[in-house]
Design a protein around this ligand. Structure first.
Ligand code: FO1
Length: 315
C-alpha cells in the first residue's frame, strides 16, 4: 500500500507514473481540497478532479486540468448572458460538478462522492479528499492586505499578485476524511507529490492529526521537490516561497517538510544542494524529476518508492 499526498497537476503526473510501478489498487491519493469553491451554485473540487481525470486517462495534458477534447458551449452562452465565465467550466466537466453538487445536496459527504466519481471515471486507485469538512485556502495580498479566495488568486489574478500570508480557513476544526489517517499509518511509503508545498500540500498537512500521523513514520516518507533550479515547473510555488520569506529553492521545500518527511528527491540540476539538504537532517536523493512522458513518471515513481522504503528495501 502506498499513500500519496496530492495537489493538482504535478501530483497527477507522478501518480500516473506510480500506477505503473505498483498495482493501482495499492495506491491511495489523499488530495487537497483547499482550492475547492462553490461557483454558479456548483461544488467544484479542482485537485480531486485533476487527479481523477488524469488517472482515468481523460485529462487534458496540455492544460493540466479539465478534460481532453472539451467543448465550451455553456461557458460561451453564459458569457453572452453577462454571467461569470472567468473560471472556465467545460461542458463535460460541468457534469462532474452537477453530479457532485447533487450528491452533496442529498447529504453525501465529499469522500463518498469522490469514491463514486473515482470509480465511475475509472481511476483504478483510491482517491480521498483530505477532509469532508470545508477548508478554504485564502491569500492576503501584499498590495492592500485584502484577502482573496484561492481561485480568485490563482485564476482571476493569474497568481501574479504578491501575497503577505496564506490562511487555510477551517483547517483547525477539520477532521481528516474517513480512511485518511489509516492510509497514512498503514502505507509502506508515504509520498509527498511534487505539488505546491504552500497551497497544495500545506492545506493537507494543516488538517489536525494528518501532520502527526505523517511525522510518526517520517523515516518512510519521501517528497519530490516541485522546485527545480529555483523555479516551479508550473504555477507560483517559487514566488510564494519567496513572498513568505523562504528560499525559492529545494532548501525552501526541505525546510517546509523536514518535520514530517525523512527523504527529499531533488532534480539533478540541484545536485549541489544535496549536502545542505542532508545537513537539515533529511536524506537526499538526486534524480531526474521533470516528467515529460509517462515513462519519465514511471522511472521517477520507482526512484521515489525505493527512496522511501525501509533500509532493507532501499537501494
Ligand atoms: N485554471 C485556470 O488557470 N483557469 C481556469 O479557468 C480554470 C478552470 C478550472 C475549472 C475546473 C477545474 O477543476 C480546474 C480549473 N482550473 C483553471 C485549474 C485550477 O484553478 C487549478 O487546477 C487548481 O485549483 C490549482 O492546482
Amino acid at each position: 500500500m502506498i499513500c500519496a499526498l496530492a495537489g493538482g497537476v504535478g501530483a497527477a503526473r507522478l501518480l500516473r507514473g506510480l500506477v505503473r510501478v505498483v498495482p493501482p489498487q495499492d495506491l491511495t491519493a489523499v488530495v487537497n481540497t483547499g482550492d475547492d469553491t462553490v461557483l454558479h451554485g456548483l461544488h467544484i473540487s479542482p485537485d480531486i478532479d485533476t487527479v481523477c481525470y488524469t488517472l482515468a486517462g481523460w485529462g487534458d495534458d496540455t492544460r493540466g486540468w479539465g478534460l481532453a477534447g472539451e467543448t465550451w458551449t455553456v461557458m460561451t452562452a453564459l458569457e453572452a448572458l453577462g454571467g461569470q465565465a472567468w473560471f472556465r467550466l467545460g461542458d463535460r466537466d460541468l457534469a462532474t460538478h452537477l453530479y457532485r453538487t447533487q450528491r452533496i445536496s442529498e447529504g453525501a459527504p465529499l469522500s463518498e462522492v469522490t469514491t463514486e466519481l473515482s470509480r465511475q471515471l475509472g481511476t483504478g486507485i483510491e482517491v480521498l479528499p483530505m477532509s469532508d469538512d470545508p477548508v478554504h485556502t485564502r491569500l492576503e495580498l501584499a498590495a492592500d492586505g485584502r484577502e482573496v479566495a484561492f481561485q480568485e488568486y490563482f485564476v482571476r489574478l493569474r497568481h501574479d499578485e504578491p501575497v503577505n500570508a496564506v490562511h487555510f480557513e477551517g483547517a483547525d476544526t477539520a477532521a481528516p476524511a474517513p480512511g485518511v489517517t489509516a492510509a497514512i499509518e498503514s502505507a509502506e511509503v508515504v509520498v509527498i507529490c511534487p505539488s505546491n508545498p504552500v497551497v497544495s500540500i500545506g492545506p493537507i498537512l494543516a488538517v489536525p492529526e494528518v501532520s502527526p500521523a505523517v511525522a510518526a513514520r517520517r523515516d518512510t516518507v519521501v517528497a519530490i521537490s516541485p522546485i527545480v533550479a529555483g523555479k516551479a515547473l508550473k504555477g507560483p510555488a517559487d514566488r510564494l516561497l519567496l513572498e513568505l520569506g523562504e528560499e525559492p529553492s529545494v532548501l525552501g521545500v526541505a525546510r517546509r517538510y523536514v518535520e514530517v518527511c525523512g527523504t527529499l528527491v531533488i532534480d539533478e540540476a540541484d545536485a549541489g544542494y544535496a549536502d545542505t539538504v542532508r545537513s537539515l537532517g533529511m536524506r537526499c536523493v538526486v534524480a531526474p524529476t521533470v516528467m515529460r512522458t509517462a515513462t519519465d513518471a514511471a522511472v521517477l515513481g520507482k526512484v521515489v518508492l525505493d527512496a522511501g522504503r525501509p533500509p532493507a528495501g532501499r537501494r
